[in-house]
Design a protein around this ligand. Sequence first.
Ligand code: NAG
Ligand code: NAG
Ligand code: NAG
Ligand code: NAG
Ligand code: NAG
Ligand code: NAG
Ligand code: NAG
Ligand code: NAG
Length: 602
Amino acid sequence: MNMIFIFLPLFFTLTTQFSPFIQPNFIKQDSSNGTIDDPDYYFEVSLPLVYGDTPACTMNLLNHSFTNITRKTNYTVSVPYNPPPATCHWSHAAVEFRAKWTQGKMHEGIVGVWIGGIEIFRTSTAIPGKNGGYWFVWKQLSEYSSVFAKRNIKLTVRIENIVAPVFTDVYRVNISFLFYPKGAGSIPGSFISGESEGRSLNRKLFSEKDYETEDQLRLDRVMLPSHLYDTPADLIIPVSGTIDEGFWFKIEDGSDVRTANVQIPKSTYKAVLELYVSFHGDDEYWYMNPPDSYIEANNLPAKKVNGAYREVLVTIDGKLVGTVIPFPVISPGGINPLFWKPVVSIGAFDLPSYDVDLTSYLRLLLDNQNHSIGFQVADGVSFWLVDANLHLWLDGLSMQTMVDYEAPTMEIEREYEFKGLDGEFSTEAKRSWSSIRWVESNIGVLKTKVTDEIKFKNKIKFKDYATRRELEQTIKTKTKIKITNSEGHSMGETKIEKEYPMKITVEPREGPSKNSSLVKTTVTQSRYEKFSDERTSISSVLKHDMNCIGWMMEKNNIVVSETTENHQNYSYMDDRHGCYSRKVDVVDGDVITDETTHACIK
Ligand SMILES: *[C@@H]1O[C@H](CO)[C@@H](O)[C@H](O)[C@H]1NC(C)=O
Ligand SMILES: *[C@@H]1O[C@H](CO)[C@@H](O)[C@H](O)[C@H]1NC(C)=O
Ligand SMILES: *[C@@H]1O[C@H](CO)[C@@H](O)[C@H](O)[C@H]1NC(C)=O
Ligand SMILES: *[C@@H]1O[C@H](CO)[C@@H](O)[C@H](O)[C@H]1NC(C)=O
Ligand SMILES: *[C@@H]1O[C@H](CO)[C@@H](O)[C@H](O)[C@H]1NC(C)=O
Ligand SMILES: *[C@@H]1O[C@H](CO)[C@@H](O)[C@H](O)[C@H]1NC(C)=O
Ligand SMILES: *[C@@H]1O[C@H](CO)[C@@H](O)[C@H](O)[C@H]1NC(C)=O
Ligand SMILES: CC(=O)N[C@H]1CO[C@H](CO)[C@@H](O)[C@@H]1O
């Protein structure tokens, strides 16, 4: 497959969008013959399902072709959902999402999947070549069990961010739900060396509610919440818009606050808000945006871009209760579309969701009144798609949870230095907060202290009249949950640490002949996530590294040759489910290495 990119060496010539990269709408289908073969099958390097190969039952719910739609007609499709028959004994669910893209002009899209208004899955579409493309994605959905048990609800799918006014492509979607029996889950083929009697593997994946005594329940209820979804929530409430909008809120700028009302049961003892977030349009590359002072000083015909810091803010009745700086998922049309053939970037087919623990704020919610949960994107420009699910754990015992919290603190430092088109822009932000709650239990009053910290660092450099651009960014988050008894002895500590580093460079070189130029682009990105719980000695570590490099030669604004590499290392270690690692190397669209191992490499 080959393509013609209308490459714009100076991005300032873009008037509609401020973007340092090739835009998918500038990609045209080619009539000349290139050197890169067109791959058909696209994939993301990620963890396989841990429930094994044989579901207790499978339900195919949706076969739909999105085509022939315009902005005025509908991008949304809904079908009825009912739980599996009583003969199917299940306690875990997963979704199997199959997509096929045939015909058309290769538009980029973002797709959301909701069940009963609860978002369960967000994915982007690959940008296939002239032969079309297909991909499969599986996702574990056990934390949504309570929704899968509901009758007479709807499964809804929406596609958005289609650039064309009329969508003539054919994008087919098949969705099935897989239901698995109760029992241990493990990564297929996984083996933990030195594991006696498979101690950890036999531990229940999600402890079901079969507590022996109320005392046990009380104690566990205090200890377990540290692992956010250790047991699936009893009730999940959507915090989203209407179906016409596709449930998600389209947030247009930094002052756009979108809210939804929720009323929660008085018996709630734990609450976690799960946020789905993606960024598009003018904010697709928010992390590469220079400040507006730079745009103005250079008289550039770009819109307001607001620099390179974004944070999704969550409020209850206008009070800030949590924030998220999302993992910068690069869409399959992003930066250089040839990087993502056939392996897409980290998270592109299964966008991560983010958890904001609201347990400390329950006092604000437990009064049988409606409360407004709001979302805002600090410094955002058009547009962000945001919605959330409020996971609630309930019981009949009314436990007193007294709360003391310190207001969040936020420091942001911006240093901008530029002369003409060249300069350096650095942004550093740090946010931290903590809360303390006391819970009465059968072993006395226990104190839970939660501390959260987010650190954001972004540095952009423009050189040689801004034709050379460099980005270096890290997002780090750390959550610590510490439980102590009335004597001040530690009863356990849980830590969740995440780190998302990213580096991008775009570097033009002189071409071999007149009117030709060479551009080197590199992207390195990682996703590190670590969980550890001292009391149960459960821990898990995810490490995903990606490294892409591309050379593109263009002559008279037409790409004459292009070479790309994408290297990814993925490794996951979990005391309960086992280990998995995979190494994938792709050169010019060909997968030259794809190795999987299940041994736990410590
Ligand atoms: C592309 O290759 C095919 C066969 O290999 C040939 O028939 C066709 O003319 C070529 N197209 C161009 C634009 O070179
Ligand atoms: C979708 O297609 C499959 C395969 O042809 C078929 O078994 C299934 O019944 C279809 N599902 C729906 C909901 O139409
Ligand atoms: C698209 O719609 C037009 C008229 O509304 C119809 O003639 C055409 O067959 C449709 N195409 C597809 C692929 O459904
Ligand atoms: C789009 O589809 C949804 C769900 O099927 C429906 O509720 C809504 O009214 C439709 N909107 C339009 C503009 O047709
Ligand atoms: C909460 O809002 C819903 C509709 O949004 C309304 O039906 C309900 O009566 C309200 N409840 C209270 C207690 O205000
Ligand atoms: C270089 O570009 C100029 C203007 O676009 C054009 O007139 C000239 O013919 C081109 N030269 C070559 C060698 O392609
Ligand atoms: C993957 O691991 C190999 C071997 O340890 C290393 O040489 C390579 O640089 C790694 N690739 C990435 C993308 O980190
Ligand atoms: C992408 C995919 O698997 N599509 C299938 C969906 O189901 C129909 C049958 O209804 C098949 O024809 C498609 O191939």
